[in-house]
Design a protein around this ligand. Structure first.
Ligand SMILES: Nc1ncnc2c1ncn2[C@@H]1O[C@H](COP(=O)(O)OP(=O)(O)O)[C@@H](O)[C@H]1O
Ligand SMILES: [Mg+2]
Length: 416
């Protein structure tokens, strides 16, 4: 069963991260918008208050002494200021050299007609940002003039650059938050997997221990029973009708013995002793040994470089079982092929036969302990093979061949 907890935990963690990120970003966006409009309205109110002061100074002097406003407009935030008439002729300028120039602007007339002050951001000839504010001055005698103030935006921009810095800080905080979240998820998943694996190992070890003890006891008792039966069998005359019963008993005892021996091997928890093994020697010898007396054809094709790092004794059992399975599948005839190829850092061993192959419905159960389709099988050969090959950091698989028959493929680390 797959662990349910990590999936729930992971979604909760990511949902939390997503929600908190969204909340932080939204709050930040609202703040930034407020600061931006604050900066704009501070520019506007500075310009407006300067304009109103200038206008009242002019009104006090009856509109004649424009020079009075020079003092007001000499404020440090003012880049320059001018007063122009309805035709755009500059009547006053903080830079006296500009007086008399004519403003060529289309927006002058509508402004003077509708009478609403207007501000906009501009860039000065020096490349500095500024705020241009046009204010219609109403003259006591009717008509209007334009007061244009261009003020520095440095102070307002300070607020905006503060916001930009804040965005960076928020970005960094979010990045750290996500990095921590992802790291946490990794650690948690790993921890849970390790725990689960440890639990599984513990259960298996317990079952293994019980099986080993039981098999051991049975084998000991079996030794005496078998010894006694054999002794009686030797004493009984071949013509005695009890001889047949004794033969049955001995056959049954032999079967129990081989089952218990295989069970003991499978349940044993001994560690693999890895050594370099030359497959040319081992595979050749095993193929000869296991096929002795068999009617089919045997081919061996092992690379000279097919040397693996494995537990020789266990590998021998795996290969013997593979060859025996192949022969048993083929019956009295067919072709057995044992091949081994060095393939990068691994060696691929193949035991191929021309038997009936594996039915699709069996495929999932082949490596399950006690699964057998043979009347006298134990169903422990492939289960044992997978267990020990995986302990040797290899893999084992039983598949059907394209041209019919089956192939047992064992992949093992190559000797370094
Ligand atoms: N080469 C093969 N061709 C067809 N079936 C096979 C082959 N090797 C194994 N099997 C199937 O896998 C089952 C399990 O094999 P194994 O674990 O060695 O146990 P056993 O040989 O005692 O039955 C066999 O009973 C058989 O059905
Ligand atoms: Mg077998």
């Amino acid at each position: 069963m797959r662990p349910v907890l990590p999936a729930v935990l992971r979604s909760t963690l990511f949902a939390f991260l997503l929600l908190s990120s969204a909340a932080i970003l939204y709050t930040m966006h609202l703040n930034a918008r407020t600061v931006r409009s604050l900066a704009e309205s501070s520019l506007e109110s500075t310009a407006l208050s300067l304009s109103v002061s200038a206008e009242s100074a002019l009104r006090l002097s009856g509109g004649r002494r424009r020079e009075d406003v020079r003092e007001i407009l000499s404020d440090r935030v003012v880049a320059f200021a001018l007063i122009a008439d309805a035709e755009g002729k500059v009547l006053f300028h903080t830079n006296p050299a500009q007086v008399g120039r004519v403003l060529e602007e289309e927006r002058l007339r509508p402004l003077l007609e509708n009478g609403m002050p207007r501000g906009r951001r501009v860039t000065l000839g020096t490349g500095l940002p500024a705020y241009e504010y046009d204010y219609p001055l109403r003259r006591p005698g009717g008509g209007a003039e334009l007061l244009r103030l261009v003020i520095h935006t440095a102070r307002a921009d300070l607020l905006l650059s503060g916001v930009r810095r804040l965005w960076w800080a928020v970005g960094a905080v979010l990045a750290v938050l996500w990095a921590i979240g992802i790291a946490l998820e990794r650690v948690l998943t790993r921890q849970l997997r390790l725990q689960e694996e440890a639990g599984r190992r513990e259960r298996l070890a317990l079952i293994g221990q019980m099986t080993a003890t039981l098999s051991h006891e049975i084998r000991n008792a079996l030794g005496s029973v078998k010894g006694y039966t054999q002794w009686v069998d030797e004493k009984v005359d071949p013509s005695d009708p009890r001889k047949q019963g004794l033969a049955f008993a001995l056959k049954g005892l032999g079967r129990i013995e081989s089952l218990v021996n295989e069970l003991l091997l499978y349940a044993r928890q001994d560690a693999c002793v890895l050594r370099p093994v030359d497959l040319r020697e081992l595979a050749g010898a095993l193929a000869r040994e296991e096929t002795a007396g068999w009617g089919g054809k045997t081919e061996t094709d092992v690379d000279a470089g097919a040397r693996v790092l494995a537990d020789p004794e266990k590998l021998q059992r795996v290969l013997s079982n593979g060859i025996r399975n192949a022969i048993e599948a083929m019956g009295g005839e067919g072709t057995l092929r044992v091949a081994a190829r060095a393939d990068g850092k691994r060696v691929r061993v193949r035991i191929e036969d021309t038997g009936p192959g594996v039915p699709e419905s069996e495929r999932d159960r082949l490596f399950t302990p006690f699964h057998t389709t043979k009347a006298d099988g134990t169903g422990l050969g492939l289960a044992y093979s997978r267990k020990v090959v995986e302990e040797m950091r290899g893999t084992v698989d039983l598949r059907n061949r394209e041209g019919g028959g089956a192939v047992l493929e064992i992949i093992l680390p190559k000797e370094r």
